[in-house]
Design a protein around this ligand. Structure first.
Ligand code: PLP
Length: 363
């Protein structure tokens, strides 16, 4: 097995901390001296129960999540949450407000429309989602069931600086798939937070859900068991077989973040990494960043060179130098450097020197 790993800018599933990968290798072989691995044990046995309890306790501590919120590990990705949230909270002719900041918001809106009324309270579609709408551009409906937003727009490289304002008493719902635990978060401002793990937290196949208990109680009954939050809360994420290996890795990633100093330190680290790249973009008239300066993401840095042929050349030559996964999403074009929690600073430094060299040779 090669020890050599490249700098992996993949947008997701994305790079994981090396320490965690090493521990996961061992845990697949043997979990705590049990004589079997983490993927091979009963989800109701003591080995996995310990993993699950530790994962929950560490998440609760990391993000200061109060006791009146449940922490769930579900399956189906963020995409299932697009439907589950309105199924549980948008019944009976109610309206929910959605802020449309990109492709993932649009998918969430489309799913919600299957279950109730949707009011689009703000949008940046007029400029291909290159910015986060200003507070005074958001118009809520009179009595929304909730206000949904996407905290980081993975494809367009924009990120909310702070939560959108909501009418008093209305819960915020957030798709935080691509920036969960990349910075401090005040969970008490939310009714529901969900995130597919595969960008910042672990492998694909597990979705972290943080939900306020009183909302859970308010959902109608009669939904399919797997789609009812109440059922998962009641059974502590073990209504059916949970994604045991994924939960193990998430637990290790959370410990890794705690070891770095927690969410404040993580945010500092992420801001510093992103700044290295944005500084080069701002100093250059060769590269063009695609997001407005006040909306720039610390997770996905999107930019273009002067021509599409040069973008293609950039991506190809970067790959040959061990900088992989830099192709932008087709709806934006150009390049996208995804630099989630586990992405190392050295990778950003390597990208920055490559960018400067590429500019010198191709301008
Ligand atoms: C990747 C991503 C999704 C899709 O997640 P799945 O787990 O594949 O369903 C949804 N929202 C955002 C913001 C994403 O980055």
């Amino acid at each position: 097995m090669s020890d050599q790993r490249i700098f992996n800018f993949s947008a997701g599933p994305a790079v994981l901390p090396e320490d965690v990968l090493r521990r996961a290798q061992e845990a697949l072989w043997d979990i705590g001296g049990a004589g079997f691995g983490i993927a091979e044990c009963s989800h109701r046995g003591p080995e996995f129960t310990a993993v699950l309890e530790e994962a929950e306790a560490n998440i609760r501590e990391l993000a200061s999540i109060p006791g009146d919120y449940a922490i769930l590990f579900l399956q189906g990705g963020a995409s299932l949450q697009f439907a589950m949230a309105p199924m549980n909270f948008l019944s009976g002719g109610k309206t929910a407000d959605y802020i449309n900041t990109g492709s993932w918001s649009k998918k969430a809106i489309a799913e919600a429309k299957l279950f109730g009324n949707v009011h689009v309270a703000g949008s940046s579609e007029d400029e291909n989602f290159s910015y986060i709408p200003a507070a005074d551009a958001i118009r809520n409906s009179p009595d929304p069931a909730y206000v949904h937003f996407t905290s980081n727009n993975t494809i367009f490289g924009t990120q909310w600086r702070s939560e959108p304002e909501v009418p008093s008493g209305v819960p915020r719902f957030c798709d935080a798939s691509s920036d969960i635990f990349s910075r401090p978060i005040d969970v008490t401002k939310y009714g529901l937070i969900y995130a597919g793990a595969q960008k910042n937290l672990g492998p694909a196949g597990v979705t972290l859900v943080i939900i306020r208990q009183d909302l859970v109680e308010s959902a109608p009954s009669g939904l399919p068991s797997m789609l009812q939050y109440r059922n998962h809360v009641k059974n502590g994420s073990c209504y059916n077989t949970p994604p045991v290996f994924g939960i193990y890795v998430v637990s290790e990633v959370i410990k890794w973040i705690k070891g770095l100093g927690g969410l404040g330190a993580m945010a500092e680290h992420n801001r510093d990494k992103a700044q290295l790249i944005y500084d080069v973009l701002d100093d250059s008239d060769f590269y063009q960043p695609t997001a407005h300066p006040d909306s720039r993401s610390h997770m996905n840095v999107c930019f273009r060179s002067p021509a599409e042929e040069l973008d293609a050349k950039f991506i190809k030559e970067a790959k040959a130098k061990g900088l992989a996964g830099l192709k932008g999403h087709r709806s934006v074009g150009g390049m996208r450097a995804s630099i989630y929690n586990a992405f190392p600073r050295e990778g950003c430094e390597a990208l920055v020197s490559f960018m400067k060299e590429f500019e010198r040779q191709n301008r």
